[in-house]
Design a protein. Structure first.
Length: 206
């Protein structure tokens, strides 16, 4: 694994004969929860600030004193403000996270932030091995019936975590599991079985 700082925004940054197999963005689910928090917080805040302190009733329909009304309104306002602030913070973090993208290419796995490589892992490390043994898949969320996962990729030499890919679909997980089963020729880009010693198209050593 290596940390890089080169510009990477395919096709910019790709090596010769390198192709992108799939892309996923970090934090792609980050808009749902901040929006809900901002909306709910705004409602509570408005209720606390705009409710009258006289002629107000509790949930049982009992008339409250102005002091009781003010206390209830203050509680709503504080609660709404906290939830609203949390939503704004999450929205800001989500905006930054959406600048991070993960690429699985024919030669490597790349994490890029703001179109620059943060980390990359060569596929050769997993060649001929069952990639699933270096892949920890953790279910995270279900949105509109679609499950999303976090995939942690482990170093085959040390067992340490090399890369963590968040908010992947099952289709992306399936593509990841093929990483160790095929090898792409760096001279012509031809796809070959991982056990092959020479490229089936150009005959180059793999």
């Amino acid at each position: 694994m290596s940390d890089q700082s080169g510009r990477f925004h395919p096709p910019e940054g790709l090596l010769v004969h390198e192709q992108v197999e799939f892309i996923c963005g970090k934090g792609s689910l980050g808009r749902l929860f901040p929006a809900a928090a901002i909306g709910l917080g705004g409602i509570f805040l408005a209720a606390g600030l705009l409710n009258p302190t006289s002629n107000c009733y509790n949930k049982n329909g009992v008339l409250q004193t102005p002091t009781q009304c003010a206390s209830t309104n203050l509680l709503f306002a504080v609660l709404g403000g906290v939830v609203l602030l949390a939503g704004l913070v999450l929205a800001l973090r989500g905006t930054k996270q959406r600048d991070t993208r993960y690429y699985v290419t024919t030669f490597r796995l790349v994490e890029a932030k703001q179109r620059r490589i943060v980390r990359e892992v060569p596929r050769d490390l997993f060649r001929g091995r069952e990639f699933s043994q270096f892949l920890q898949v953790i279910p995270t969320l279900i949105v509109n019936g679609t499950p999303f996962f976090t995939a942690k990729i482990l170093d085959p030499r040390s067992g340490d975590e090399m890369m963590s890919l968040r908010n992947l679909t099952q289709e992306s997980i399936n593509a990841l599991e093929l990483v160790g089963q095929v090898v792409y020729c760096k001279y012509c880009g031809q796809r070959n079985d991982a056990k092959s010693m020479r490229c089936s198209q150009c005959g180059a050593s793999l």
